[in-house]
Design a protein around this ligand. Structure first.
Ligand code: PLP
Length: 406
């Protein structure tokens, strides 16, 4: 039985007040809060167990290394990868996608080769491909979402042509909450011999992920949205792709031997982890993922579905509120505008006065905002600790915004 109050009690920040009222944290899409177990792990990591990893033979280095490497296996389990050797630990999704762009795509793409993207990608899954466009003449092919903000997997598959070298899509939109049928896309792309990168930054927080069932080649996640620390993340790379990938960054730890004239590299995945990593953050991410699995990914998904339904039900009574791309099957992420032209920044300022944290702006997804024809929205993104009462507080505060600006 999912006990949201018991879960909330594990997040110290949720008991604080903002502007004299209890905090309602609805900015989980940007970054999630941390449970006490993660805070304790970070504290212990620095206070009692800190040392560099992979390098020393002393006790502290052994402990740090074991905990750090332990995270690799937790990520494997979290994503159901076949082997921990398919998991590269890094600083987050942005690094993961850049690594694929530089290490895998760049060496194998020629002018005129194509990458297929959906229009609702986060800039982290757009700008690295623009680098390839600028530097190597790679062509980006865009697939639009429909009026409901849904992405037809067949449209993505149909965009694949003889020159397509990669499909890169999000598993869940950080703006609309749209869940993409990435398995269907992977099935279609594999039949055409084209690898698929999935940006799992948003989806992995809200639903169980199984990279083997999806059949993707790359799956990127980011620790700070997964109730873990910032500065830690991971990317699953299917072993065949890992073998094709060149190191992205050079430095310590990723080498086998260095001489004046030559260098040979460590085995994958270490080959892709140059320099001193985010040791304690990575350990904290492992604790966060373990904790989430303990809560139960199916139960988290069911709780958030319930919150989404409640929000949609309440929003129906507000005929001046626009919910961008609202259709069934989405996650509990809502991009909102108020008729009458109130700016998202003004709305979010009023919500803040009521203790409610949301994000206002274009959400690092400018091509999508252009496609939707909206300048900026207020995004309310729910997490595993949010409650029905918080949905109601959001609605009350939106009503106040309508009175003020509508
Ligand atoms: N992709 C999506 C869908 C996101 O929502 C985000 C973060 O907002 C990212 C990528 C980038 O993640 P990070 O900044 O942690 O690297």
């Amino acid at each position: 039985m999912y006990d949201v109050e018991e879960i909330r009690a594990q997040f110290p920040i949720l008991s604080r007040e903002i502007n004299g009222v209890p905090l309602v944290y609805l900015d989980n899409g940007a970054s999630a809060q941390k449970p006490q177990v993660v805070i304790d792990a970070i504290n212990r990591g620095y206070a009692q167990e800190y040392s560099n990893v992979h390098r020393g033979l002393h006790t502290l280095s052994t402990i740090s290394t074991e905990r750090y490497e332990g995270t690799r296996d937790v990520v494997r389990k979290f994503l159901n990868a076949a082997s921990a050797e398919e998991i590269i630990l890094n600083t987050g999704t942005t690094e993961g996608i850049n690594m694929v762009a530089y290490g895998w795509a760049m060496p194998r793409m020629e002018p005129g080769d194509e990458i297929v993207l959906s229009i609702m990608e986060h800039h982290a899954n757009i700008v690295p491909w623009h680098f390839l466009r600028e530097r190597q003449g790679v062509v980006i092919k865009w697939v639009d979402v429909d009026a409901n903000g849904d992405l037809d997997p067949q449209a993505v598959i149909d965009a694949i042509g003889p020159k397509t070298k990669l499909v890169a899509v999000t598993h869940m939109s950080n703006v609309l909450g749209t869940v993409v049928d990435v398995k269907a896309i992977c099935d279609g792309a594999r039949a055409r011999g084209v690898p698929v990168l999935v940006d799992g930054s948003q989806a992995a927080v809200h639903m169980p992920v199984d990279v083997q069932a999806i059949g993707c080649d790359f799956y990127a996640i980011t620790g700070h949205k997964l109730y873990g620390p910032s500065g830690a993340g991971a990317i699953y790379v299917r072993s065949e792709r890992m073998a094709e990938m060149r190191p992205f960054m050079g430095g310590g730890d990723m080498i086998d031997r260095v001489t004046r004239d030559t260098v040979t590299y460590n085995e994958p995945p270490m080959r892709f982890e140059a320099g001193t990593p985010s040791i304690v953050s990575t350990i904290g991410m492992g604790v966060a993922l373990d904790w989430m699995m303990g809560v139960g990914m199916d139960d988290i998904a069911a709780h958030e579905r319930h919150l989404r339904n409640r929000a949609i039900e309440r929003f129906k009574g507000l005929n001046w509120l626009n919910v961008q791309g609202n259709s069934a099957g989405k996650g509990a992420i809502f991009s909102l505008t108020i008729e009458g032209g109130a700016h998202a920044h003004d709305i979010s300022t009023v919500l803040d006065k009521k203790g409610i944290a949301v994000r206002a702006g274009t959400h690092c997804a400018m091509p999508l905002m252009d496609h939707l024809g909206v300048g900026a929205t207020c995004r309310a993104s729910f997490g595993l600790y949010n409650t029905e009462a918080e949905v109601d507080r959001l609605v009350d505060a939106l009503e106040l915004c309508h009175e003020l600006f509508g």
